[in-house]
Ligand binder design. Structure first.
Ligand code: PEP
Ligand code: MG
Length: 325
């Protein structure tokens, strides 16, 4: 089996008819780096920086952050790295900065809403990220939980300030690429306004599904109803893909969907060509991509569009996957 994995690492993620798909790793702990490289990740599609914050007992300093992020940049030198700024709140609590008293934490003070209200914290992190990238062109900064243009614009000003400050301090840098997570449903309709405001988007299918279905998959009472291949989720993701394409904004998927074989077929059919997932899932997804051709995925997507239940889409997908092997 290890032998098979080694073989897969060095072959491209290309469909039988030659469509190239970019496969990236999600990471958070430094321990994820080695498995990512070993499984052939072409870069880091989602670096969840809240993880190094959560495993400490106080806010890391700028220098401490530079150290940690720097290891990821070193390991993936010359490859794209998408660093998401701190995404806490909701289900991700910092032990030393708990957010209490919210009736509805998933709809509360989290992601970019939290960091834009804590500018000093955000500025420290952004400076650390840029310093850690050491002038590499591969730095992409990703904003979580964005739902408005104003959030993007406010962050852009902070990023400009951070770059200006660091340059004054003598750092040579390349201005980073900036993008947003599409995980609050409102972001889908906003995409068409962001042509000149951002360089890329990454669909966070976990939160996007949670908010579209109004379902918390961490709540045992309803978790069994949660499934990202719900027809409404598929429809909205397709709308995001089309809108991003029309606006000329490159799109990637970084939630659990990116590693779910049935969803991968649908996403390929929609024209998605970049997927980011936990490194353990990379070989299987690469194997699947190499086993199919694009018309198969497109045909499956057009069938799925006519199905009005998750179960029907799952059944059709399962039958197709079994036929593929
Ligand atoms: C997501 O919401 O799909 C996502 C990738 O972000 P996280 O799982 O870290 O919230
Ligand atoms: Mg999320």
């Amino acid at each position: 089996f290890q032998h098979k994995l080694d073989e897969l690492r060095n072959v491209p993620a290309k469909t039988q008819d030659g469509i190239q798909v970019r496969l990236l790793a999600n990471t958070g702990l430094l321990a994820d780096i080695t498995p990512g490289i070993r499984n052939g990740a072409e870069g880091v599609g989602l670096y969840r920086t809240e993880i190094p914050f959560i495993v400490r007992d106080s806010f890391p300093t700028e220098d401490e952050q530079v150290q940690v992020y720097g290891k990821v940049f070193d390991a993936y030198e010359g490859k794209p790295v998408y660093v998401r700024v701190l995404d806490v709140g909701g289900d991700k609590q910092l032990p030393y900065f708990p957010i209490h008293g919210e009736e509805n934490p998933a709809l509360g003070w989290r992601g970019i809403r939290f960091t834009l209200d804590n500018v000093q914290l955000l500025m420290t992190q952004v400076r650390a990220i840029i310093r850690a990238a050491r002038g590499q062109e591969n730095l992409h900064i990703l904003l979580p939980m964005v739902s408005s243009t104003a959030e993007v614009e406010t962050f852009r000003r902070l990023l400009d300030d951070a770059c200006a400050e660091l340059q004054e301090e003598g750092l040579e840098l390349i201005y980073p690429k900036l993008g947003v997570m599409v995980e609050v449903p409102a972001a889908i309709s906003q995409l068409r306004f962001w042509r000149d405001k951002i360089d890329f988007v990454s669909v966070g299918s976990n939160d996007l599904s949670q908010y579209l279905l109004a379902l918390d998959r961490n709540n045992a009472r309803v978790a069994n109803r949660y499934d990202h291949v719900h027809p409404a989720v598929i429809c909205e993701i397709e709308r995001a893909v089309q809108s991003a394409r029309e606006a000329g904004i490159p799109l990637s998927i970084c939630g659990e969907m990116a590693a779910d074989p049935v969803a991968v077929l649908l996403l390929l059919g929609m024209g998605v060509r970049s997927l980011s997932m936990s490194s353990a899932k990379l070989p299987k997804v690469k194997w699947l991509i190499r086993s199919i051709s694009l018309p198969v995925a497109e045909q499956f997507l057009s069938e799925a569009r006519q199905l009005d239940s998750t179960q029907q889409i799952r059944d059709a997908g399962k039958a197709l996957l079994e036929a593929i092997g």
